[in-house]
Design a protein. Sequence first.
Length: 161
Amino acid sequence: MEGSCTLVLGNTWRNILARLACLGIFLIFFLKPNFELIKLDGDSMSPTILDGEVILVYTAAYRYDTPRVGDIIIIRDHDTGEKLIKRIIGKPGDVIGMYDGYITVNNVIVNPELGRTFDYGFMDITHVLEPDHFFYIGDNRFDSVFGKVSRIEIRGKIVLR
């Protein structure tokens, strides 16, 4: 009887090792190229994501899907090359306006409860987003850059924080 118990136990250990090997291969060949851990440096996304918080980015998110308003994305700053974490607030065809410190999308103030969200003088701008372009800004409107980005420049979507 003891021999058969050892045989069953041996098969169990082999099964566990085989499953661990499969999991390791999965992690190396699927997760590594499609996910990235990033530590946020700055307050531009507070209070949603705090300075120093580590987030998981799905880098293949928009390979087959379209970014949506509300998605938190990763882009690269054109000047510094650093990764920026921002929220999409405008999609292709939307009319983005900036009037007296307020940002509007299709003539609706974004987050009116914040009051004036930026102070760049008396800048009044209206811009229609081109096909495959999105408008982004950080959740902390008082400490964030904003702008438009093409779909191919979006590096990924935040999936876990």
